[in-house]
Design a protein around this ligand. Structure first.
Ligand SMILES: [Zn+2]
Length: 285
């Protein structure tokens, strides 16, 4: 069955998710979602470099260390470190949603067009198949959002790719900043009982509560079957929002968050998912 591990790297605020999958034959492939590093603080880059080195991978000798890299959407807290990440490690596939051109998004696409560290790149949506023979990855990858040929030109969060990773009977859903108004459609595409779901938009209020104060995602999943993880964005946005924290606690959801638990790693063996996080002695912030 192999193993799948997903690490929400504590980048201070924003998103960077490292995915490590291998199968019984020892075939090991890596994926990455988003990166908010900036020039003077390359937290995620250092994390990935050390991760490869601890596995004994001679990453400098490889042209494409990642099988795939995904940009969920064009906002800086997801995008601005991705160019350096790809320039350093290289990727066979680079995926992103259709989007209105922001500076960061445009720079990344321009880089992908002319760099030999990207083998191929394409915009993805829920109709695209991310699998063999083109994509070599030992877990199923399924795009749940955005819809085919739809672009929200006023709110980039709503273009966020939502991705489900499935290994055996376990599934992990990574959500970018997809806001609650679109979740009535996305929940129809969720695995029946996802094992872990990333709280959308870092726990921002509009990730969970739609404009009518409905909570489509939380109504669809059960705290007995599904646990939650969060890439926090406390400074400057105050995510997670206190209303979200209270709602999750009130419903009995167990959740892990990068501002409290630092690097959070979910490891699946196909039948269950273990959670690990960075232990810090003394009081948590
Ligand atoms: Zn964000």
């Amino acid at each position: 069955m192999g193993q799948l591990s997903v690490t929400l790297i504590d980048v201070g605020w924003g998103d960077c998710v490292l995915i490590d999958g291998f199968d019984d034959s020892g075939r090991r492939r890596f994926g990455l979602i988003d990166c908010n590093d900036y020039e003077r603080q390359r937290t995620a880059l250092a994390f990935v470099k050390r991760y490869f080195e601890r596995l004994g991978i001679d990453w400098k000798a490889q042209q494409h260390n990642f099988e795939w890299v995904l940009l969920t959407h064009g906002h800086a807290d997801h995008a601005r470190g991705l160019k350096e990440m790809i320039r350093t490690f290289g990727t066979r596939h680079f995926w992103y949603p259709k989007s209105v051109a922001s500076t960061t998004y445009g720079v990344l696409l321009d880089f992908a067009n002319r760099s030999d560290r990207v083998l191929n790149h394409q915009a993805i949506d829920e109709t695209k198949i991310l699998g063999a023979p083109e994509v070599d990855f030992p877990a199923e990858l399924r795009v749940l959002w955005p819809n085919f040929n739809e672009i929200d030109t006023s709110n980039e969060n709503n273009n966020s790719v939502v991705l489900a990773l499935t290994l055996g009977g376990t599934s992990l859903v990574l959500t970018g900043d997809a806001e609650a108004e679109n979740w009535p459609v996305i929940i129809e595409r969720l695995p029946p009982s996802p094992t872990y779901v990333q709280v959308p938009h870092h726990g921002g209020r509009n990730g969970i509560f739609d404009p009518a104060d409905q909570t489509p995602l939380l109504d669809r999943i059960s705290p007995r079957r599904t646990r939650l993880v969060m890439s926090s964005h406390v400074v400057p946005h105050g995510h997670p929002h206190p209303d979200v924290v209270a709602e999750l606690a009130g419903r009995g959801f167990v959740s892990y968050r990068t501002d409290l638990n630092y690097h959070v790693t979910l490891t699946s063996d196909g039948s269950r998912v273990r959670v690990g996080y960075t232990h810090v002695s003394g009081r948590l912030p």
